[in-house]
Design a protein around this ligand. Structure first.
Ligand code: KG4
Ligand code: ZN
Length: 383
């Protein structure tokens, strides 16, 4: 297959990323500028601030990615950029910059779906390790701050195609981590903090259930009902259950104290978090994480059995979670199913995955039209 060096640009949420990847299999550079410090005081991503930070970061981030890769603008074969889904203003920064650069360099520009990028992060990881053998069909769980989606992914001659067989009806799993961490006065983003604290609590202490969804989503009514099973998720109920637990167990005063104590520390360490948490809180965190992890693993593996897939991919920010990885590896092994994750660096938002997903499109000359624009709710193509 012909070689291609593709410069990827990612700006869909709160990370400005640029990376150069060779032929979807070798990372030549991967630069991520995180905006966490900007959004931290607000306990979540502020869209206007995200756009402004992308504007500030995009030029130095792209320049560094190019310098780190040992390439020059002339030696690049194509540029790729995230078209959506994501925050419209944030996406526009990356798209406008990529368009300008591609036009000036007279190089093709490839528009990439962010979710497709997360799926290709797994393939990139495997190819970097020398594994070029992935058996199909593949079931991909994309689980992040904005998404909890299950896709059947297939490689066809003209490129990749995807069919959604499950999504969250309300909050995404990462969103639930973030909201619960905020609720408990632990700061933002919640996932990595709860991940580290959960090992210090008893996950059997608080009983949480997660929603078992039987009926078709009304939002899907425009989609053809092919009668095939769906595996939807729902995580807003568990967040409310945590809130109720806080109220009924009088934890509010302790939470306020924790919030104030942690606000005085610039970059709290695990020891700082542990010092600010009593055993009751650690048990609550461990029980919450376990409920989410069990639900993600059970539904994904039930879908894998129903669709008789050969391989499972788990990707997106929440795929960085230690317990989720362990539980998937353990349970999938019992079913004799290979399960692949990206490294933690490639699990959260980055541009290497965008450049990797662009390679099959480059091969099939699937280039973006000059007038393409950001699509905040861009869906992944159906089979
Ligand atoms: O993929 P990503 O960087 O951005 C989106 O596309 O949303 O995912 C960010 C999400 C956040 O909700 C964050 O709390 C969560 O991933 N996350 C984690 C972990 N690391 C990041 N959730 C659980 N455990 C982690 N270790
Ligand atoms: Zn993402």
């Amino acid at each position: 297959m012909p070689d291609a060096r593709i410069l990827g640009i990612e700006s869909s949420c709160d990370e400005t990323g640029a990376a150069v990847v060779r032929s979807g299999e070798k990372i030549l550079s991967n630069v991520v500028f995180s905006q966490i410090a900007t959004h931290q005081p607000y306990g979540g991503v502020v869209p206007e601030l995200a756009s402004r930070e992308h504007l500030r970061a995009i030029v130095p981030v792209v320049r560094k990615a190019l310098a780190d890769s040992g390439q020059t603008y002339r030696t690049l074969d194509a540029l790729a950029v995230t078209q959506g889904p994501g925050l419209a203003g944030a996406l526009l920064v990356g798209i406008s910059y990529a368009k300008g650069l591609a036009f000036a360099l007279e190089k093709p520009l490839i528009a990439v779906n962010h979710l497709e990028g997360h799926i290709h992060a797994v393939l990139l990881e495997e190819r970097q390790k020398g594994n070029h053998e992935v058996n199909f069909p593949v079931l991909a769980l994309v689980v992040s701050g904005g998404h909890t989606h299950l896709y059947l992914a297939e490689q066809k001659e003209e490129g990749w195609s995807y069919r959604n067989i499950g999504h969250t009806r309300d909050d995404a799993a990462g969103e639930a981590f973030d909201k619960v961490a905020k609720l408990l006065g632990l700061g933002y983003p919640g996932g990595p903090i709860l991940d580290r604290l959960a090992t210090h609590g008893d996950p059997t202490e608080v009983k949480f259930g997660t929603a078992q969804i039987k009926h078709r989503d009304r939002k899907d009514r425009n989609e053809p009902d092919d009668g095939l099973p769906r595996f939807d998720f729902s995580y807003s109920g568990i967040k409310t259950a945590v809130l109720r637990h806080v109220e009924t167990h009088n934890l509010k005063a302790a939470i306020e104290e924790r919030r104030r104590a942690l606000a005085t520390i610039e970059k709290p360490s695990l020891e700082d978090y542990l010092a600010a948490c009593d055993p009751k809180t650690l048990n609550l965190v461990a029980s919450f994480q376990r409920a989410i992890v069990e639900d993600l693993v059970e539904k994904t593996l039930a879908a894998a059995r129903a669709y008789d897939v050969a391989t499972v991919f788990v990707t997106g920010g929440v795929a960085a979670n230690h317990q989720l990885r362990q539980r998937f590896e353990h349970s999938a092994a019992q079913d004799g199913l290979p399960v692949f994750f990206p490294s933690r660096l490639l699990s959260t938002d980055n541009a290497a995955m965008i450049a990797a997903a662009a390679y099959p499109k480059w091969l099939s000359k699937d280039f973006a039209a000059a007038d393409f624009s950001a699509e905040a709710s861009l869906p992944l193509r159906r089979l």
